[in-house]
Design a protein around this ligand. Structure first.
Ligand code: NAX
Length: 326
């Protein structure tokens, strides 16, 4: 058996937390030989901490062989102490009538504090995955606070969008999801994202040839993937939780599996025309010690225009939170 990994999860009593923690503790994120210690962080409010206690009781009741310890806390210093992975799920939801700029700023403050706490207390080499929205910009803010933990150790999740796009293409083509490959998300985790269908393969053939409906791919497909979160809320009366937790399992597992190519929001270095300082969904190849962005994939006029639109949104988010960037 390996030494246990310490894994911090913020927002641990929330709905994604509830769908996530059991999968980490059962070995689905880090593998069947990797024990874990869960360091679960919630806000210092009785209701949240009480709910967190209940989640910990249920984790106990699963008697997971890989779960070697739990920390329940509202103190980021304690929560991030010595962690190898920090999964930043918790954030403030958008309230009725709240402006997007206010949401960006309110959440930005959370990620300033968490970025500093991670830099001060996490293990050397700690890796960070941000789920809490606006995820790309929150990752940018958190990473900007760090001096010890490099920005390349930070990522934000666009994997749910990749999984949604893969499933939509499979449904449209009447094939299994495993028949669909090379579908990647470019840009923001928001309706402006670009699911790059022109690169996808269905049973090793170009997806546009198999689907044979350009208007669908450029219109309904992109819109369905981009607005799937809102459609889930309309249907379920609550936002995506199990699918988001599942996507985070995929995101982290693939970031730990050299050779995997998958969609991750990372700090842009100007690839594909993204502003060099925004955090954009890009196809990355996991390497032995991190990742490299897959470059030089072909972009046609439609793809270039979609990337410009999502880049413009990321640049404007960056401008809104500029004073929080260290
Ligand atoms: P919930 O409201 O169910 O849970 C969030 C939890 O975070 C709450 O228990 C809250 O007390 C806690 N929290 C808030 N601020 C915190 C802080 N500073 N430190 C620790 N805990 C804190 O939301 P849930 O449905 O779990 O969603 C969590 C976040 O994921 C939201 O921001 C949501 O928008 C985002 N999502 C991101 C997705 C992505 O693909 N990147 C998809 C799913 C999801 O919408």
């Amino acid at each position: 058996m390996n030494a246990p990994l310490r894994v911090a999860v913020t927002g641990a009593a929330g709905q994604i937390g509830y769908a996530l923690l059991f999968r980490i503790a059962s070995g689905q994120m880090f593998g069947p030989d990797q024990p874990v210690i869960l360091q679960m962080i919630e806000i210092p409010v009785d209701k949240a901490l009480q709910a967190l206690k209940g989640v910990a009781m249920e984790l106990d009741d699963c008697a997971f062989p890989l779960l070697q310890g739990m920390v329940l806390t509202s103190d980021p210093t304690e929560g991030f102490k010595d962690v190898d992975w920090a999964l930043l799920v918790g954030s403030k939801p958008r309230g009725p009538g709240m402006e997007r700029a206010d949401l960006l700023k309110d959440n930005g403050k959370i990620f300033v504090g968490q970025g500093k706490a991670i830099d001060d207390h996490a293990a050397d080499g700690c890796r960070v995955a941000v789920v809490g929205n606006p995820a790309n910009t929150n990752a940018m803010i958190g990473a900007s606070q760090c001096r010890r933990i490099p920005a390349t150790n930070w990522s934000a999740m666009v994997r749910l969008d990749q999984n949604r796009a893969q499933s939509q293409l499979a449904n449209k083509a009447g094939v299994q999801t495993s028949d669909v490959e090379d579908i990647y998300i470019f840009g923001n985790h928001s309706p402006t994202m670009f699911p790059a269908f022109h690169l996808a393969k269905i049973n090793n053939k170009p997806a546009p040839d198999v689907i044979g409906d350009k208007a669908y791919l450029e219109g309904e497909f992109c819109e369905t993937v981009g607005k799937r979160g809102a459609a889930i809320i309309a249907a379920r009366g609550a936002s995506s939780a199990a699918s988001a937790a599942n996507a985070l399992v995929d995101h982290v597992r693939d970031l730990c599996t050299p050779g995997k190519i998958h969609s991750v929001a990372v700090k842009s270095e100007g690839q594909y025309g993204f502003h060099p300082d925004v955090w954009a969904g890009l196809p990355v190849r996991t390497t032995a010690d991190g990742y490299e962005v897959v470059e030089d994939l072909s972009m046609d006029a439609f793809a270039t225009a979609k990337i410009k639109a999502t880049n413009d949104e990321l640049v404007s988010e960056r401008e809104t939170v500029a004073e929080m960037l260290d």
